[in-house]
Write a protein that binds this ligand. Structure first.
Ligand code: SAM
Length: 304
């Protein structure tokens, strides 16, 4: 069990930070780093997510120079898919609603090639420092860190009138991450504790998740919203979408299909569940959920 837990620090994926480094150089550098990755193996590009590299086996890269200098980030495939699903364009204004520690914030910055503006909102004071560090390490110059409750941002405030895309990756149970799934194996926990369904906590998380998603959809110029969690629970995933979908539709949004070639979709508990994307802990080594709401561009039709 302890071996399994220590394996969590290891990663099979790295995302190349294209603000600082390029894919071919990263392939070359990681391939030759034979103290950490056996040289007889080849590092591959992921077949779906641009700038994501698949290592031959899980390794702990924390001390790798490319990780330390922000050229590459240790970031899983599912987590990397969230920012890509949002498809922010260079020059857009984008809001990362629950941003710390900032892995997806700086991924958004890279996808926008450093052009435009990202407002990275984070409520937790201690985590703001992590967020600032990540932004600095990544060399993301177009990020404005905001220490605020996302629910307190006023969508009518002119500061947000040009926000065209929102990434909402809110606090969740984390039940899709290896650390939480293996929690019950730690010596301090009695086996089975983790599955005392903790339904009360999940309901509280869900209440926040629903509020935050409804809030994200209420920004006047927003045309793309990604809602993602690292939870495996229907209550934090499909149930949130199902509850908010009528409001979303009344505001002109529809569910769109991120990564249509990805085989695992939402649980069939709502109409349109095939649009939703899931990672399964058994099949994919992690649990994750991504949904994408899209409406026709308001800025595009009015002003361009
Ligand atoms: N997107 C981040 C990343 O990829 O690095 C991970 C985000 S983490 C799942 C959720 C974050 O939301 C936490 O840092 C938490 O402190 C923050 N948070 C929770 N409630 C919030 C709120 N009301 N407003 C803003 N941030 C909030």
């Amino acid at each position: 069990a302890l071996q399994q837990i220590s394996d969590i620090a290891k990663s099979r994926y790295v995302r190349v930070n294209t603000l600082k480094f390029n894919l071919e150089s990263a392939l070359h550098e990681l391939g030759k780093q034979n103290t950490l990755i056996s040289a007889k193996y080849v590092v591959h590009k992921d077949d779906m997510v641009p700038d994501l590299l698949l290592l031959p086996h899980a390794v702990d890269l924390h001390k790798h120079p490319l990780v330390r200098n922000g050229s590459v980030f240790m970031q899983g495939k599912a987590s990397s898919m969230a920012a890509v699903a949002l498809q922010p364009e260079p020059g857009w204004e984008v809001l990362d609603a629950c941003a710390a520690p900032g892995n997806k914030t700086v991924h958004l910055a890279a996808l926008m090639r450093g052009k435009g503006k990202i407002i990275a909102c984070e409520l937790n004071k201690e985590r703001i420092q992590r967020l600032n560090d990540t932004v600095k390490l990544a060399g993301a110059v177009n990020v404005e860190v905001l220490h605020e409750d996302f629910l307190n941002l006023n969508p009518k405030d002119p500061s947000y009138s040009k926000v065209r895309a929102i990434l909402l990756d809110p606090s969740c149970s984390g039940s899709g991450t290896a650390a939480v799934r293996l929690d019950h194996l730690l010596p301090s926990h009695g086996a089975g504790n983790a599955d005392v369904a903790n339904i009360d906590r999940l309901r509280k998380l869900q209440a926040f998740q629903k509020k935050a998603l409804a809030h994200a959809l209420s920004f006047p110029a927003v045309e793309r919203v990604v809602y993602s969690t690292c939870s495996i629970h229907q209550i934090e995933n499909e149930d949130v979408i199902k509850a908010i979908l009528p409001l979303a539709q009344s505001l002109g949004f529809q569910l769109a299909t991120p990564f249509p070639k990805w085989p695992r979709r939402g649980l069939p508990v709502l109409e349109g569940s095939e649009h939703l994307l899931r990672f399964d802990p058994d099949e994919d080594k992690e649990g994750f959920f991504i949904s994408l709401f899209v409406r026709k561009s308001i800025i595009g039709s009015d002003a361009e």
